[in-house]
Design a binder for this molecule. Structure first.
Ligand SMILES: Cc1ncc(COP(=O)(O)O)c(C=O)c1O
Length: 393
């Protein structure tokens, strides 16, 4: 779309690929592995990059292009590439930029599989790493080495919702010629735009809020053209591209992202406030919590507090498990960002590949519970949690 002055909601809906000769209003699904050329010369020109055009769906497709154009507009980024999943986005961004002998400085507070890539896969390729607390600016500054090429983090972090100081970290990266990468999937572009703070690449697991209904996997890498091109060259050859079908679903989902995020955030805020008064709560985690020392930073970076919250119950791990088993509406599953509310026990599921010491270093206690607050009526959600809390001994 030409007018980049349009607001978020308009860009999310009106950024669309051109309609075909059938003049359809809603973008159709382009299920085609390859695309034809008008002439042999055109085929050659497109292959050489002298003429723009779709060639083969591992390289580009009208549905993936529309999905990426929307995300670029919403994330204030000039270029992007769609990936098969969030993890494909994470791995691609590392593999496309790092070489043997480099160092990656990353947050400890990240999704377990991202930590696995950094600590188990990259060292096999001769890339060393340092992990720091996401909210410790001194540790970020001190962690930079001569061979540091990448800084990687999530904010809010998975699962304990810690907030990174994006401007501070972007400045460290810029002054040391390091590429900074932020996984923005917990906030979504509706709540936070890392590139506005100087972050180089923004990643998404579109599987979460961007789909918003727990249907398909997808991911994206967004940022400055030269960096995205490196990632594109990697994906184009290694194949972790987004399927046109998933891109079609995700692009339609983006049309309602703002409405859904408003409700996710309202529900999560109301639930957090209710939990604060409950006698069985040991500690509550929410980026906009009035008692959190990170509230001011979170408010400076995010429009609202997000749809995720966490808590520890008073008592043993067994009581947390019992609480989960008593829930009637909340689903027990490892996803998040769905219209359906989800309760997760990170220590035994999403972060179970980390040993108990690593979990504690990340602030994940054995009784920590993460809630992805959905779009149901919040009074029903409160009632569900209330009855489950009442039943635990
Ligand atoms: C913060 C974060 N980033 C990335 C991922 C991976 O995304 P995907 O499941 O789409 O590969 C997840 C999955 O839970 C996540 O929570």
């Amino acid at each position: 779309m030409e007018n980049s002055d349009y607001q978020f909601e308009t860009l999310a809906i009106r950024t669309q690929c051109p309609s075909s000769q059938y003049r359809e209003h809603s973008t159709p699904l382009y299920l085609s592995s390859s695309f034809t050329f008008d002439s042999a010369e055109q085929g050659s020109a497109i292959f050489k990059g002298q003429e723009e055009g779709n060639l083969y769906s591992r390289f580009s497709n009208p549905n993936t292009t529309e999905f990426i154009d929307k995300l670029c507009a919403l994330e204030h980024c000039e270029s992007g590439i769609a990936t098969a999943s969030g993890m494909a986005a994470v791995y691609t961004s590392f593999a496309a930029i790092l070489v043997q002998g480099d160092h990656i400085l990353a947050s400890k507070d990240i999704f377990g599989n991202a930590q696995y890539i950094i600590t188990q896969i990259l060292p096999k390729m001769g890339v060393e790493y340092t992990l720091v607390d996401v909210d410790d600016n001194t540790a970020w500054a001190q962690g930079v080495k001569k061979n540091t090429k990448l800084i990687y983090l999530e904010t809010p972090s998975n699962p304990t919702l810690k907030i990174a100081d994006l401007r501070f970290i972007a400045n460290i990266a810029k002054s040391n010629n390091i590429v900074s990468i932020v996984d923005n999937c917990f906030a979504t572009p509706y709540l936070q735009n890392p590139s506005d703070f100087g972050i180089d690449l923004v990643l998404h697991s579109a599987t979460k809020y961007i789909d918003g209904q727990g249907r398909v996997l997808g991911g994206a890498i967004l940022g400055e053209e030269a960096l995205v091109k490196k990632c594109y060259e990697f994906i184009r050859r290694t194949g972790a591209c987004l399927s046109p079908f998933n891109a079609w679903i995700l692009s339609k989902s983006i049309e309602t992202l703002s409405l859904r995020m408003d409700r996710h955030c309202q529900n999560a805020k109301a639930l957090t406030e209710w939990l604060q008064g409950h006698k069985k709560m040991e500690r509550i985690y929410y980026p906009f919590l009035s008692t959190s020392p990170q509230q001011a930073l979170a408010k400076a970076q995010m429009k609202f507090g997000g749809g995720l919250l966490g808590f520890e119950l008073k008592g043993s791990v067994q009581q947390s498990m019992e609480f989960l088993n008593q829930l009637k509406i909340h689903s027990l599953t490892a996803n998040l960002g769905d219209s359906r509310s989800i309760a997760t026990h990170p220590a035994s599921t999403t972060h179970s590949k980390l040993d108990p010491i690593q979990q504690l270093e990340m602030g994940i206690s054995p009784s920590y519970i993460r809630l992805s607050v959905g779009l149901e009526n919040v009074n029903d959600l409160i009632q569900d949690i209330d009855q489950a809390l009442y039943k635990i001994k």
